[in-house]
Design a binder for this molecule. Structure first.
Ligand SMILES: Cc1cc2nc3c(=O)[nH]c(=O)nc-3n(C[C@H](O)[C@H](O)[C@H](O)COP(=O)(O)OP(=O)(O)OC[C@H]3O[C@@H](n4cnc5c(N)ncnc54)[C@H](O)[C@@H]3O)c2cc1C
Length: 380
């Protein structure tokens, strides 16, 4: 089922690339990711497979926003955790160094990052500040001679335990200025501890990072990260990417549920023959189609340079809300088999909980939309 015939809006070469990547993901990633997810383990070989498809360099390879979005959706359709690894890597690590880094930082890191020969992490959230991080950065940075000294803690940082460096957002206690610093993970005083027992995105290794007088040379500051608005510009684009992830999760739900409904027999016939099984399938297809259509519009706005914060917030909140609704329907459609990851649906069900919360919670993104609609801020 080619919902909306969206792929046909791509150039022929892009359609071919999308087909090839989809085939690879379905054959080499989808089933293989389950055991890594169960064990909360990083699948180095699967990630290298994704690099082989050019997905580590998606941000800078000149692909259109629509192709990039559809590729991100296809990765999520195969495995949502891996799509988080690829998405954050492209949008917030490669994208940040490219947009806000120095020429030297770009030259040193981008060639390795765009092949998954190196990994970075985007470190904004703190233990005591999540939704209110814009005004709440407690990590400090002070200049001492030819070095910056960082102190503080970051929480939930994706790839934090494996990355070669983290892009740390910190505040100068004297001036109040906010900036970002590339902190290599082997610097003395830097530690990253894996957050265990997550219920979703279990392949993605998230970390608590602590910095105790970590020293970096002056050239480790990202010259373009001069205030929080620079972080917001990146986060606007990455929120749109989460919308594509949600579309992928809905397509996965539809794939899993349609196949199961045709195969599973009850009362002497496939459950697909029951009207109360067909109705949720239609709702899931409708949710996926509506969100796909919305994301195509988002991609067109990105291509014209017209995407605004409210567009990204609306796309993220709507797509993750409907992905969560769809996953809930899908889980029930599989009956008891919907609660074990072997049948895939339980994995999607858990993963969409996380995309509903990260990159600005559903509630915060709804408040951004509400503010734009009413002119009244309901944040505080
Ligand atoms: C698996 C995972 C991966 C992540 N990866 C990263 C990463 O790589 N880098 C990074 O920097 N961060 C990362 N995050 C952090 C993520 O962005 C935050 O979890 C998110 O911003 C919410 O912050 P919080 O968890 O502190 O929740 P809180 O801000 O404490 O929110 C708790 C609840 O209160 C609600 N709430 C808060 N304020 C308001 C308000 N004004 N009005 C109404 N409701 C409100 C929220 O919507 C939520 O329901 C990740 C999180 C997770 C779970």
């Amino acid at each position: 089922m080619d919902l909306l015939g969206v792929a046909h809006q791509l150039h022929e070469a892009d359609q071919k690339r999308l087909d090839q990547v989809r085939e690879f993901l379905q054959e080499h990633i989808r089933r293989q990711s389950i055991e890594f997810w169960n064990r909360e383990e990083f699948p180095a070989e699967l990630v290298q497979g994704l690099a082989g498809q050019g997905l580590a360099g998606l941000q800078l390879d000149g692909s259109s926003h629509l192709l990039r979005g559809l590729l991100h959706a296809e990765i999520a359709r195969a495995d949502v955790s891996l799509s988080s690894i690829v998405g954050i890597h492209n949008e917030l690590v490669v994208g940040m160094i490219d947009a806000l880094g120095s020429a030297e930082q770009r030259e040193l890191w981008l060639p390795k990052l765009t092949k998954f020969q190196a990994f970075g992490a985007f470190a904004l959230t703190e233990p005591d500040h999540g939704s209110d991080i814009a005004g709440g950065i407690h990590t400090t940075v002070t200049r001492e001679g030819e070095e910056y000294v960082l102190n503080g803690a970051k929480r939930w940082i994706g790839m934090g335990t494996l990355a070669d460096f983290a892009l740390i957002w910190a505040k100068c206690p004297d001036s109040g200025a906010v900036g970002a610093f590339l902190v290599e993970s082997d610097r003395p005083g830097y530690s990253a501890t894996k957050i265990e027992n997550k219920i979703g995105l279990r392949i993605m290794q998230n970390a608590d990072i602590v910095m105790d007088n970590v020293r970096v040379p002056l050239e480790n500051k990202l010259p373009g990260a001069v205030d929080f608005a620079s972080a917001n510009a990146l986060l606007m684009q990455s929120r749109a990417w989460v919308g594509w992830q949600a579309v992928g999760a809905m397509l996965a739900t539809l794939d899993i549920c349609t196949a199961y409904a045709k195969e599973r027999q009850q009362f002497g016939q496939p459950i697909a023959a029951f009207q109360l099984v067909q109705e949720p399938l239609a709702e899931i297809a409708g949710n996926a189609t509506a969100c796909l259509s919305m994301m195509v519009d988002v991609a067109r706005k990105q291509e014209r340079g017209e995407l605004e914060t409210v567009d990204a917030a609306l796309a993220k909140s709507t797509a993750t809300r409907l992905a969560r609704r769809s996953a809930s329907l899908g889980r029930a459609l599989l009956g008891g088999n919907g609660v074990v990851t072997d049948y895939e649906m339980a994995k999607v069900f858990c993963d969409v909980e996380i995309i509903h919360t990260y990159e600005g919670t559903y509630e915060i993104n709804s408040l951004i939309v509400g503010r734009a609609l009413t002119g009244v801020s309901a944040f505080v």
